[in-house]
Structures are given as structure tokens and as C-alpha cells.
Design a protein. Structure first.
Length: 603
């Protein structure tokens, strides 16, 4: 669940549910998706959250693929464990772990008047039995830390440690527990937990051959039996981190809480933190917070190296030029000599029978031309601003759409007419694309971003991003529908009403006319699928603060397709409202999306 879907859903539905119910609904839904075949790929496609190799953190506690982890208080029932490891987290904490569960009359989570998340003083705990069952039945691919409940007796702590050792990488305990366990044989490193305020007041920390790290918990404020993070939690954690570093630089330091946006994570990272656990700030900011933190931490290290990109640019330019040529023919002769040769009749003879036939053919060909021009613009922009700087997501978007576009030529054959000019264009593009694909193999860079805050421009931009995601998806669906119609019935009812002729009469007039029309329709549908994928992936993966080229690409790139799609219908008089309604819907998404994302992308 990326931020662009999480925040609208949170506002419309989750905020109206009991906090526990909304939490379990989200966690179980995500885990269900992750458990189905291909579900992990769906999560990755929608969020592109997998951290890059540059985000890896190796410590004497764990080797994490990211410094960002998830605190056990977020998922005490472990219902989301299957999904969380695919949302950009480098490690996960479970717990507090107890031997036996207990009942608490108070709701474990609530919110105050300001919608601040509050956790009961008697926080939810996970039993040893449940922890082992979930860890056994889940393919856990990230390190796991287990936090022991602070009220455990020594015998209970030893029993839990003995049973959990095969499933976890480290244990989070209190200083008293660490001291009591000093004589017990433990093969997993111990992490002592302190509140940030406690750590600041301490002059020295217990150190033995089993204690390898310190976990600093954000300071909490109690209100009627419920706890929430203090407003200066991040500042206090920074002070505590510096205190621990000064006291013993060999300790691995983990912080828990105190992070609501990438700026908070950056400050802790600069103070010397090794690993960071997200708590209630993750719920407020959304599931995209780990990804945003990764991008912000990489931003200061980013080296703007340029890579080969000219063949990719040339490929996009060729698509654009092809669209301009197609536009010229659709506005002039409409059908070409080889079309007449296949039909066995001339353009003038078609006009004598029914001039609306050529007008109808021009509307598909002009729409195809506009779509090709839009696609060419997006390909060019991906080459100039993405592949040029080695961005992996841009390469994947570019080549996914290009391959689907190439496969679209197979639709031309479906009704018995293969356009040799399209085939020639396909052959010219093929070697250019091969060289583009070859130069794109070097594009492996992770994106970076200077975005640090959960401000209004960011939140407004998420709603705009949602509209562009819907826009891209709708274009893909529209392309599939048009392609399907092109290889089956060819016409919809409004088409035949415009032509004033049933399909049977067209076939009697010339049995090769429908295959020519079908080939135009499927070509247009195939191009729509390809361009829809470009818009969809650009919207899913490219939105970052200040990425002006993303806004410019969508703003400029959509104009030819919309102008051709609407203009050709006005030009030929085919203005049936229900026929044009999908295009009007797409235009509304486009305009409102541009308005909502302007501040975030352009400022």
C-alpha cells in the first residue's frame, strides 16, 4: 500500500474505524497480497520500495539491507510480518515477548483529539507460542530482533531465549535482564534498552561479552494511562545517541521512535545511529516512509554520473517522427496506395459510396498518430533524465513499454491485413531498440530525493499522484479494450451509427475493408497500452520533490494524445457524448493531477 493509496484510504475509511481494527485490516490485507503467487511482485511494482545495495548496514548485531526497521509495537500480533519485509525495511523487531498473554480492559491503541496515536501503558504483547508459529510459517528474509518483556522473571526470560534463538538474530533486553543473563549461555547478541532520557543521565553502561548494542527508546508522555511520544522526541534521541557514542563508540546503537519524516532520520543518522526502528511516525507518514528515508540518506552521497543514453533518445525520437508522419497522412490522403491495392478500390470510389468511411478511418489513424507522438515525448524524457543518470526505474519503465509496443504488431495480423509500412517501421526501430537496451544495462542507480517533510505540498502531491496512477491504468485498460474490439467485433454501436451502415453492408461493399479498419483499431489499441504503461510507471516510480521533468513530461506529453483523440472526433463530426466520455474522464484526471502535483514537483 503506497502512500498515494494509504492516505486517501486512511482519510475515507481507516480513521473512522477503531484503531486496532484499522491496523489489523491493513496488516492482514497486505500479508494476504504478499502470500498469493506473484503478490510480492505486485507490491514491488506498486511501491518500488526495495532498498538499493547502497543502503546496506553491517553492524556487530545484524547485517541489514537497510538501516530502517519496524518496531514491534506497530505489529504486536505479527499479522503483517509477511508483507513488511517487502516494504523497504532492513530488519524487523517483534515483541515484547511473554510466555502467557494477559487481558487488559483498556483498548491497546487509541487516538487523542489531535489524532495523535496513543498506546496503552499495558501495551500489547506477543506470546512465545504465537511468535514461534508465525516465524516458522513465514519465509522471513530480513533479520529479526526479539524484545523481551521487561517484567519477565529470569527463568521466563531464559525459556523464551532458548526457544526463540533459532528464529531471531538478536535480543532486546533491559539492563537488569542483561546482567542476570550474564551467566547463561546465549548465542545471540544482547541489546540493552533504555529510554533516551535514561541514557542521557547515565555515566556508564553495562558491558560484557554478550552485550553488543544499545536500543534507545523515544521519550514518552503518559496521559490517563496512555503513552505517546513527546514533541521533542527526536532532539532527545539525538542527544542520547551522542552520549552513548562518547561513552563507548563500540556499541551498535539502535533508536526506536522519534521519526516522523526523512528529516528526523537524517538527524539521527548524522548523530551516529546504526539502525533505526520506526514506531507511530510510520503510521502517520505512511508505508512509503522507509523508501523516502532511503532516498534522503542517499541524496547527500549522490554523485551525478552520466551514462550512455543517446540510442534510447533516438528510439523515442523515431517514435515521435513516426507519429508525425502518421498524423500527416491521417489529415491528407488517409489511405495510402498500398491500402488501395489491398482493397482493390480507390479512395475516390470509397468516397462515392460513403464519404464517412474515410472520415472514420482517419479518426483511428489520427488517434494512433497522437498517441505515438505522446509516447515519443515520454521515451525521450526517460532517456534524457532517467537512463542518462543511470536510474534503474527509468530503464525498467522504458523497456517494459517498448517491448509491449513491439509485441503489439502481432495484433495487426489478427484480421488478415498486415501493413508493410508498419512492418518496415518496426524493422527500422528494432536495431535502434537493441542498442538502446544494450546501453541501458548499466542503469542500476537508486533514486535520491531531498524531500524531508510531511508538509501540505507533499500530501497534496500524493493525491495528484493517485490521479496520475489512475490515468495510466485507465489508458492501459482502454488500450486493451480497443485492441480486443479490433480483433473481434471491430465496431461498437456508436461507430455504426456514425457510419450509417451496418457491418454486413460494409462487408458486402468490400470484404477487405473491415480488415483494414481492424488493423487501424488494433494498432491504436496497442499503442495505447504501451503509452499507458509509460504513464503508469512514471507515476508510480518517478514522483519525488523537485523532479520538474516528471511534471513537464506528463504536462507536455499528454497534449498530442488528447488533442488528437478529441480533435479528430470534432474534425469528422463524430461527437457522440458516450463515445467521448472516457476521454473526457482522462482529461479531468490529467488537469486536476497537474494542479495537485505542481507545488511538490515544480517548486
Amino acid at each position: 500500500m503506497p502512500d498515494w493509496s494509504y492516505h486517501p484510504l486512511k482519510k475515507l475509511l481507516l480513521s473512522k474505524m477503531r484503531p486496532v481494527n484499522s491496523r489489523e485490516f491493513i496488516h492482514q490485507s497486505m500479508s494476504q497480497i504478499a502470500s498469493i503467487p506473484g503478490g510480492r511482485h505486485v507490491i514491488e511494482f506498486l511501491g518500488h520500495m526495495k532498498p538499493s545495495s547502497q543502503s546496506e548496514r553491517k553492524t556487530n548485531l545484524v547485517d541489514a539491507r537497510s538501516p530502517i526497521g519496524l518496531s514491534g509495537i506497530i505489529d504486536p500480533n505479527l499479522t503483517g510480518l509477511r508483507a513488511f519485509q517487502h516494504l523497504g525495511f532492513g530488519f524487523i523487531e517483534i515483541g515484547p515477548v511473554v510466555l502467557q498473554d494477559f487481558m487488559d480492559a483498556e483498548p491497546p491503541i487509541t487516538t487523542d483529539d489531535r489524532q495523535e496515536i496513543q498506546i496503552s501503558r499495558h501495551a500489547e504483547k506477543v506470546t512465545l507460542q504465537r511468535a514461534i508459529r508465525v516465524l516458522t510459517n513465514t519465509d522471513v528474509q530480513v533479520p529479526v530482533l526479539a524484545r523481551l518483556d521487561q517484567k519477565l522473571t529470569l527463568d521466563e526470560a531464559i525459556a523464551i531465549i532458548d526457544h526463540l534463538t533459532p528464529y531471531v538474530n538478536a535480543l532486546v533486553v533491559t539492563e537488569k535482564q542483561a546482567e542476570s543473563l550474564s551467566e547463561h549461555k546465549i548465542i545471540r547478541p544482547l541489546i540493552m534498552a533504555y529510554t533516551a532520557n535514561e541514557a542521557i543521565k547515565k555515566n556508564d553502561f553495562l558491558r560484557n561479552n554478550r552485550v553488543e548494542g544499545i536500543c534507545l527508546d523515544a521519550p514518552m508522555i503518559e496521559n490517563d494511562g496512555y503513552l505517546h511520544e513527546s514533541e521533542n522526541a527526536n532532539e532527545t534521541l539525538v542527544q542520547a545517541v551522542k552520549k552513548v557514542k562518547k561513552s563507548d563508540p563500540n556499541f551498535a546503537i539502535i533508536t526506536s521512535g522519534g521519526i516522523e519524516d526523512p528529516a528526523d532520520a537524517r538527524l539521527l543518522d548524522e548523530a551516529g545511529v546504526d539502525l533505526m526502528l520506526l514506531t507511530t511516525g510510520y503510521v502517520k507518514a505512511g508505508p512509503g516512509l522507509p523508501k523516502r528515508i532511503h532516498e534522503r540518506l542517499l541524496y547527500d552521497q549522490h554523485d551525478a554520473t552520466t551514462y550512455q543514453w543517446h540510442w534510447s533518445f533516438l528510439f523515442g525520437l523515431a517514435i515521435l517522427i513516426g507519429g508525425l508522419i502518421a498524423l500527416y497522412f491521417s489529415l491528407t490522403s488517409i489511405i495510402l496506395p498500398y491500402d488501395e491495392a489491398f482493397l482493390g478500390i480507390t479512395r475516390s470510389e470509397i468516397l462515392q459510396v460513403n464519404p464517412l468511411i474515410l472520415a472514420f478511418m482517419s479518426h483511428d489513424r489520427m488517434s494512433l498518430a497522437g498517441t505515438m507522438i505522446s509516447g515519443g515525448i515520454i521515451y525521450i524524457q526517460l532517456a534524457r533524465h532517467g537512463i542518462r543518470y543511470g536510474l534503474h526505474w527509468a530503464k525498467v519503465a522504458f523497456h517494459t513499454a517498448a517491448i509491449v509496443g513491439f509485441l503489439g504488431i502481432l495484433l495487426f495480423i489478427g484480421y488478415g491485413y498486415f501493413d508493410w509500412l508498419h512492418g518496415l517501421f518496426w524493422l527500422i526501430l528494432l536495431p535502434i531498440y537493441f542498442l538502446s537496451w544494450k546501453e541501458g544495462k548499466q542503469a542500476k542507480e537508486a533514486p535520491t530525493s531531498k524531500n524531508e517533510g510531511n508538509n501540505q505540498a507533499w500530501l497534496q502531491g500524493l493525491y495528484g499522484q493517485l490521479l496520475f496512477v489512475v490515468l495510466g491504468f485507465a489508458i492501459v485498460v482502454g488500450g486493451i479494450v480497443i485492441s480486443t474490439i479490433g480483433v473481434t467485433d471491430v465496431f461498437v454501436s456508436t461507430d455504426l451509427s456514425f457510419l450509417c451502415m451496418p457491418a454486413e453492408m460494409l462487408n458486402e461493399m468490400n470484404d477487405k475493408l473491415i480488415p483494414v479498419i481492424a488493423h487501424d483499431r488494433t494498432g491504436f489499441g496497442g499503442a495505447l497500452i504501451s503509452v499507458g504503461l509509460l504513464v503508469l510507471m512514471l507515476s508510480l516510480w518517478g514522483f519525488r520533490q523537485g523532479e520538474r521533468w516528471i511534471w513537464n513530461t506528463i504536462a507536455i506529453g499528454a497534449i498530442p494524445a488528447f488533442a488528437a483523440g478529441i480533435g479528430t472526433h470534432l474534425y469528422i463530426g463524430y461527437t457522440t457524448f458516450i463515445h467521448l466520455l472516457p476521454v473526457y474522464f482522462l482529461v479531468i484526471l490529467y488537469v486536476v493531477g497537474l494542479i495537485l502535483t505542481y507545488r511538490f514537483l515544480k517548486k
